[in-house]
Design a protein around this ligand. Structure first.
Ligand SMILES: *[C@@H]1O[C@H](CO)[C@@H](O)[C@H](O)[C@H]1NC(C)=O
Ligand SMILES: *[C@@H]1O[C@H](CO)[C@@H](O)[C@H](O)[C@H]1NC(C)=O
Length: 417
């Protein structure tokens, strides 16, 4: 087994001199597959690589693992993100190689670290990354993982994956690795780590060692029956007998995860009010919206590149206007669409490349034209439409993210929620 890196040795010594009387042991914070096999992303669609740059001009390098909870949210370890800036990170989904350029890249909008996270004890080592641009699920290489509702049984077989080091202090894996371990009895973990092993943790491994997570696997998954039961967190060394790997106990922090996701999701907020300002942001931020709003000088494109684009049309297939899906049941479009047609005759076709022959035709439940709309000047030319049913996110349909603010000076368009 190789020698511990120098920085780690120094930390270890410091820690021991501060807490010589305590039974608490030193964690490896920049953590942590040893004894694994090559894995394919097709079997681990929820696994992401969190890449980080350490200087302004530096490249983003693999830093930690993470887990896709939904199109907008990644679950990882708090110690992977610490107090660092969101701009230091990118999330790569749908790839099985550590340094490859394939996969889908997403930037982070903001990070929420568990309020009980303690960097010195690694307790509550859990954080949520809310993405600035959603991941488009293909359900082949990119998909969400579900969380366990109860802690896994002692002895349950578990799988751990990551691109971390292949041995303690060794080189990082290029191909995603997977290793099978067992959930261990809590008393074994306490025997190994004393009071440092808390209710927010679980431990897994083999009593004889030899298989474990290691440096730079942190934040990645421990799966039990294909559900996320743990988040790779810390250990003493890697794969040592008597020093099992320690994971965030997902069942223990599940309520925090679901509540934090709900509180931070732009899509799930019950906002059915839209300001013109938001609309201009929408246009500025997504110039491609011109595709939806009557484009000039464009090129043929595909709905998978613009899955938020919809067509307002009559039942017999006369295209009236474009629109953009901003929530699962809400479309924003121009007010002028409603000038020449009885709204009862207007349907919304979603998920279509051809304006009339594919996708799904959905009736309109309600609509609202901006009060300040003036047909002669085309001022405030905006309307919001509520569909008769929600659209499911897919490769062909999904919402476009919009900044929601209720600045009254810009005038509001409201639709019934
Ligand atoms: C972290 O835990 C240590 C040891 O229990 C404690 O002394 C310290 O105050 C905690 N830090 C925070 C920020 O809670
Ligand atoms: C399609 O329907 C619209 C309104 O329902 C009508 O004005 C138009 O003439 C129809 N077009 C054709 C080709 O039938």
């Amino acid at each position: 087994m190789s020698v511990l890196p120098l920085a780690l040795t120094v930390l270890l010594l410091l820690f021991l001199s501060n807490a010589a009387a305590s039974s608490i042991q030193m964690p490896q914070l920049e953590n942590r597959i040893v004894g694994g096999v090559d894995a394919t992303i097709l079997h681990h669609k929820h696994q992401i690589s969190l890449r980080r740059k350490t200087c302004k001009e530096c490249a983003y390098l693999h830093h930690c693992g993470g887990n896709i909870l939904n199109e907008d949210t990644i679950l990882t370890a708090a110690h992977c993100v610490g107090e660092r800036d969101v701009g230091d990170f990118t999330v790569i989904a749908g790839t099985e190689t550590r340094t490859g350029s394939e996969g889908l890249v997403a930037r982070i909008d903001h990070i929420v670290v568990h309020e009980h996270y303690n960097a010195s004890t690694t307790d509550y080592d859990v954080a949520l990354l809310f993405l600035a641009t959603p991941l488009l699920f293909d359900n082949v290489r990119i998909a969400a993982v579900s969380l366990v509702t109860t802690a896994p049984a002692v002895g349950a077989p578990a799988t751990v994956t990551g691109w971390g080091t292949l041995s303690e202090g060794g080189v990082q894996a290029q191909q995603l690795q997977a290793v099978n371990v067992f959930v261990l009895d809590r008393s074994m973990c306490t025997a190994a780590y004393g009071g440092r092993f808390t209710a927010a943790m679980l431990c897994a491994g083999l009593p004889a060692g030899g298989k474990d997570a290691c440096q730079r696997d942190s934040g990645g998954p421990l799966l039990v029956a294909n559900q996320l039961a743990g988040i790779i967190s810390w250990g003493v060394g890697c794969a040592r007998a008597g020093n099992p790997g320690v994971y965030v106990n997902v069942a223990h922090v599940r309520t925090w995860i679901t509540e934090t996701v709900a509180a931070n999701s732009l899509y799930d907020k019950d906002v059915c009010t839209l300001s013109i300002k938001d609309f201009s942001h929408l246009i500025a931020y997504h110039a491609s919206l011109s595709v939806a709003l009557g484009f000039i000088g464009g090129a043929e494109t595909s709905i998978t590149a613009h899955p938020y684009v919809v067509s307002l049309q009559t039942a017999n297939g006369t295209h009236i206007c474009g629109g953009a899906l901003i929530k699962k049941q809400i479309v924003v479009t121009t007010a002028q669409c409603f000038v020449f047609y009885d709204p009862k005759q207007i349907f919304v076709r979603v998920g279509n490349n051809n304006y009339v022959s594919d996708g799904e035709l959905i009736p309109i439940d309600a609509y609202r034209i901006n009060e300040n709309f003036d047909f002669t000047t085309m001022d405030s030319d905006v309307a919001v439409v509520k569909l008769a049913k929600s659209v499911k996110n897919s490769r062909l349909t999904r919402e476009i993210k919009m900044l929601v603010s209720l600045d009254l000076s810009y005038g509001l368009v409201e639709v019934p929620c």
